[in-house]
Design a protein around this ligand. Structure first.
Ligand code: BGC
Length: 760
């Protein structure tokens, strides 16, 4: 799909209604505030193609695992974010006929996602089968200022008639997950209540016992005059609605303002939920819609101040980067260390809303530079708190002595993934978690984090690696057998270069941090090693031995790191020689053919070079890039950004820009034909990385921010704001060079093109 949505600097616009693209638009126009999220479903009834989605962050269901062949060590369940009660619903009946855009004539349809101020606007005219025509405008948002609340202003104007309009704002908890493994419903009703202008449903999730109260308060005005609400209560299981009959006059708007709140037992005692809901809904409705909308705009202005990227000379690129930043901010605000970032955020069910290594490898760099440091700290604490479960997970697989294997997919720390080649073998994720700690400390300078939390995680991870390797008598080296690297188009391989490299780095870093913590605060260090039974002499020796004797596959002839043992036995074909009809391989080829081919799903060796670039000279980086790039099909959205950053480093500006284009409009242009399932939220952080680390060449070097920018040919200039250790900087790259200004905080010494410069 090419540019279905209109191009605008601050908005995403859909002009005209295309029912076939409705699910794509529902994903793209999704709203969220970190605490709750919402696909862009219609308020009124819709019997056409739709994926209904209302999500409450952190409220999940452990859906019993469904596999053909059970393998020991598989998790019992896949935790998935739940489709929760629909709070946006407003049923509209006009002179006896229900408004349903699938069943009437629709004109002037328009949806606008206002990214600057954080709301969704929808307008349309509908001519019903009874000949009555109405004009509708709806504005809604998930409040950033009150993150348990959302609000809708729904205005309906009779165009060619005066007659009866029946409006029924409702809360519907009788929802299902499309991806439910056994077609189960995940919610039980606990209670409900309806008043004239207020109602709620109180529900509990099966098995996990989360309780959520979702409720509403509404007001109605006709032609600007408040209407005294008299409503008929409508209720059935998990459903409450207030039916209001109105005599509408031609040309006179009827406006319904619906305030909604979602409160969960994660944040309140279950028995207090209803009372807290009443407090919240009273408070937000007393503010009024306009005040809430104003606060919303202010909250977003605060976010944009910290993390906007301005691109001059290319509006499509401008829109795209803002869309990516907007969605990331809607998904995770960093207020709560129990929450994380699902690959689809709140825009769909795919990937279960669970946490993947995507967070540490891709999202952490984004939040480090664009938000307060506590945001990333909370992402790290999320894993810290799950360390016990990572240790249990490793135990389940036969590891011991405090070895920790973090899950590939999780909500609460328990592994949820159940494909053996990933669950048991895609263990590189453990390294990404250690790398994120390094990244955080390198960026923020918060060394105290290491003593308080980081070291414990690092030792658990290092212990895992030190047990996962095998001594090869033949090679007289340690080897790592039976793994899957980031490139999931290879399974059960030996000596994935990336995994071996990362494992050794983790052990080195753990030892380095242990040394630092011990030197800084010996008693704290002793308390920790005592608590986790870390036998310093014995275990450090083991780590050092593995570090010294690890095997890394390498091809002497081409002087490249080998993705794994035997990679060169594969027929070496390049992506450019693949017929277009064969792509994407994952859809067109059998799995066995994919596994036997040399094609690479996503950055693998290159992911390692990206993480550890300072360990390699530029020729080594170039040789590896030139070897692996032509074999990479980028069938994971996480891939092009790494290639963009490396191409930029190698001075290949044209290709850096090409890779960037593949990630930046991925969802806006439905590049992979899968946006209807939800947006690729975690790869959006990769888009940001392409601009800031790629085009901006931003790195942290010895505690200083360093830039090595270039301006993509198509652009007149680009600028971005980044926060670093309490200082907010604006970096502008234009044809006249690079200008760095301090927006707030203390002066800093930075590096541009390797040269020190003070910013005051
Ligand atoms: C990628 C993984 C990623 C997952 C979720 C997969 O397609 O190969 O690296 O963690 O998607 O984004």
């Amino acid at each position: 799909m090419k540019q279905y949505f209109e191009i605008d600097e601050w908005k995403v616009i859909e002009d005209g209604f295309d029912a076939h693209r409705n699910k794509i638009a529902e994903s793209v126009f999704s709203l969220g505030n970190g605490r709750m999220g919402q696909r862009a479903n219609f308020e009124e009834a819709y019997s056409g193609e739709t994926l209904q989605g209302n999500y409450v962050a952190g409220v999940y269901y452990p859906d019993k695992t469904r596999v053909g062949w059970w393998k020991n060590g598989y998790p019992e369940y896949f935790a998935k974010v739940l489709n929760a009660a629909n709070w946006i619903g407003i049923d509209v009946v006009i002179d006896g006929e229900q408004l349903d855009l699938a069943k009437c004539e629709v004109s002037n349809f328009r949806r606008e996602l206002n990214m600057k101020e954080g709301y969704l606007l929808r307008t349309f005219n509908a001519k019903l089968n009874n000949g009555k025509e109405v004009k509708v405008e709806s504005i809604r948002f998930c409040s950033m200022a009150d993150d348990e609340a959302g609000a809708i202003k729904y205005t309906i104007t009779p165009v060619n008639f005066s007659g009866e309009i029946k409006l029924t704002p409702f809360i519907d908890g009788d929802v299902v997950n499309k991806d439910s493994n056994y077609d189960e419903k995940f919610w039980d009703e606990v209670g409900k209540a309806i008043g004239a202008d207020r109602a709620y449903v109180h529900q509990r999730t099966k098995k996990t016992g989360f309780e959520v109260v979702t409720g509403m308060h509404f007001s109605i005005s006709q032609n600007g005059q408040p209407v005294q609400i008299q409503s008929n209560p409508i209720q059935h299981e998990k459903f409450v609605g207030c039916e209001v009959l109105l005599n509408a006059k031609q040309g006179e708007p009827v406006t319904l303002i619906k305030y909604a709140a979602n409160l969960s037992s994660q944040n309140y005692k279950a028995e207090e939920l209803v009372a807290k809901f009443k407090e919240t809904i009273t408070r937000v409705s007393a503010k009024g819609f306009d005040t809430m909308l104003k606060e919303q705009a202010e909250a977003w202005a605060g976010k944009w101040k910290h993390n906007d990227i301005i691109i001059e000379g290319d509006v499509a690129a401008q829109q795209a980067i803002r869309f990516n930043i907007f969605q990331l901010n809607q998904t995770y605000t960093g207020e709560d260390d129990r929450l994380n970032i699902g690959p689809k955020g709140f825009t769909g069910e795919k990937y279960g809303g669970s946490t993947y290594w995507d967070t540490e490898a891709y999202c952490v760099p984004f939040y480090l530079a664009t938000a307060d440091q506590k945001v990333t700290r909370n992402l790290l604490l999320y894993r810290y708190k799950q360390l016990g479960k990572a240790i249990d997970n490793a135990k389940l697989l036969g590891f011991k002595d405090g070895a920790a294997l973090y899950p590939m997919v999780t909500m609460d720390g328990t592994e949820c993934h159940n494909e053996w080649e990933i669950t048991f073998e895609e263990i590189h994720r453990n390294g990404a978690i250690a790398f994120a700690i390094y990244n955080y400390v390198r960026y923020t300078g918060d060394e105290a984090y290491l003593a308080d939390y980081g070291l414990e995680v690092l030792l658990g991870i290092a212990r895992f690696w030190s047990q996962r390797i095998t001594w090869s008598e033949d090679r007289q080296k340690y080897v790592m057998l039976g793994v899957t690297g980031p490139n999931e188009y290879e399974n059960n391989i030996n000596n994935n270069w990336y995994t071996n490299t990362l494992a050794v780095w983790c052990m080195k870093y753990a030892l380095d941090v242990a040394g630092k913590v011990k030197a800084a605060d010996a008693s704290k260090y002793q308390a920790l090693v005592g608590r986790i039974n870390f036998d310093e002499a014995k275990e450090s020796d083991r780590f050092k031995d593995v570090i010294a004797k690890m095997y890394y596959p390498y091809d002497e002839k081409q002087q490249v790191f080998l993705q794994q043992d035997g990679y060169l036995d594969k027929e070496q074909i390049l992506v450019k020689d693949l017929p277009a009809a064969d792509r994407p391989l994952v859809q067109k080829w059998s799995w066995d053919r994919i596994l036997r081919s040399c094609f690479i799903k996503q950055a693998d060796v290159l992911q390692g070079i990206y993480f550890f670039e300072d360990n390699y000279d530029i020729d080594t980086i170039k040789r590896n890039f030139d070897f692996y790039e032509p074999r990479t099909v980028h069938e994971s959205s996480l891939s092009p950004c790494v290639h963009a950053i490396l191409a930029a480093k190698l001075g290949d500006e044209k290709r850096a820009y090409e890779f960037y284009l593949r990630t930046s409009r991925l969802d806006l242009d439905d590049y992979n034909h899968d946006t209807e399932d939800g947006c690729h939220i975690t790869s959006m952080a990769g888009t940001w990385m392409s601009v800031v680390e790629g085009f901006g060449g931003m790195r942290v070097r010895d505690g200083k921010l360093s830039f090595n920018p270039f301006l993509p040919e198509k652009w007149t200039s680009f600028s971005f704001n980044v926060g670093f250790r309490g200082t907010l900087l604006n970096v502008k790259v234009s044809k006249n060079g690079t200008e760095i200004k301090k927006l707030s905080g203390n002066g800093l010494t930075i590096l541009i093109g390797g040269k020190e410069q003070s910013v005051n």
